[in-house]
Design a protein around this ligand. Structure first.
Ligand SMILES: O=C(O)CCC(=O)C(=O)O
Length: 293
């Protein structure tokens, strides 16, 4: 029995050896090349995945370290993110989509609606109400953030101070404006040229416009001299040309009237195109270089 089983094992081994030889013969050069390519590709994909994961982990760590930066007593514990788009460098104009909520806009309109008057103008030397008739045809009212019981204007005030880094004490009361069909504001400067207005206690540095409504057609805020265009062509201040910003409820527009050296930026000339369809509501906040004005 022992002999027999040894003989059976021998046969089995022979068969295995034969099968192995056959398999090795089938695994020729093409199969080898195929396997090598497969290994190579696997390596490339694997290291790419590893690298991107470690980059992601690194990014997370950087974000975390920013989150926990120590801050001064007047600072804030966490970084905030406010979306913005630079519309122009000449003048420096920045757009903030969804700066305020629709509810906040409605609350501001509700408060302003009951106290509207024809909009006025700061008159230059030699000008009168009669001589400037037609320059600004909207109606409006001034509201201080603290007079708004809904708290909407205070929240907007704080947000404007944070994005401009100009303290809210330097801001004038909001001038909430309503433009009906055909109403407009011809191009003008928000800053005061001392040669035209005399010496004033303080100067307007920047303006923040919060659009409280959409406008179906027209009513854009325009910058006719954007990028120094149209400056030497005898521009008619009534004309609606240049960079035009279409009002959208809740969006904000910030632009600087002064260069960083404190002189007036001529490209900050701006106005409101006439409303063609619908109604325009906007709240203007002028920011000054001093807090006593
Ligand atoms: O209504 C606008 O879009 C512009 C308002 C404006 O120019 C101003 O309030 O000084």
């Amino acid at each position: 029995m022992k002999e027999n089983s040894r003989g059976g094992n021998g046969m089995e081994k022979m068969r295995l050896l034969w099968n192995l030889r056959r398999t090795t013969r089938q695994f020729g050069l093409p199969e080898l090349v195929f396997c090598c390519t497969l290994f190579f590709l696997g390596g490339v994909i694997g290291s790419f995945l590893l690298l991107s994961t470690s980059q992601h982990v690194e990014d997370e760590l950087v974000k975390d370290s920013v989150r926990f930066l120590p801050h001064g007593r007047s600072g804030e514990a966490l970084p905030s993110s406010v979306e913005y788009q630079i519309l122009s460098w000449k003048p420096r104009a920045v757009y903030f989509p969804n700066f305020a909520t629709s509810k906040q806009c409605q609350q501001i309109i509700k408060k302003a609606k009951v106290n509207l008057h024809p909009s006025g103008l700061a008159l230059r030397k030699g000008e009168s109400v009669a001589s400037t008739k037609g320059v600004r045809t909207s109606s409006g009212t001034f509201i201080n953030a603290l007079e708004d019981p809904s708290g909407a204007l205070k929240a907007i005030d704080d947000k404007i101070a944070r994005v401009t880094m100009i303290p809210s004490e330097n801001g004038e009361a909001y001038n909430v404006l309503r433009y009906e069909i055909g109403q407009k504001y011809a191009s003008h400067f928000d800053s005061f040229n001392p040669n035209e207005y005399g010496v004033l206690k303080s100067q307007r540095v920047a303006s923040f416009l919060l659009y409280l409504s959409d406008v179906e057609e027209g009513g854009e805020t325009m910058f006719p001299y954007e990028n120094e265009s149209n400056m030497n062509v005898g521009y008619d201040y009534e004309q609606c040309i240049g960079l035009k910003v279409k009002p959208r409820q809740g969006d904000g527009l910030l632009f600087y009237s002064l260069f960083v050296n404190g002189t007036i930026d001529p490209t900050s000339l701006h106005g409101s195109c006439p409303v063609i369809k619908g109604e325009k509501w906007v709240a203007t906040k002028w920011l000054r270089n001093k807090n006593n004005f």
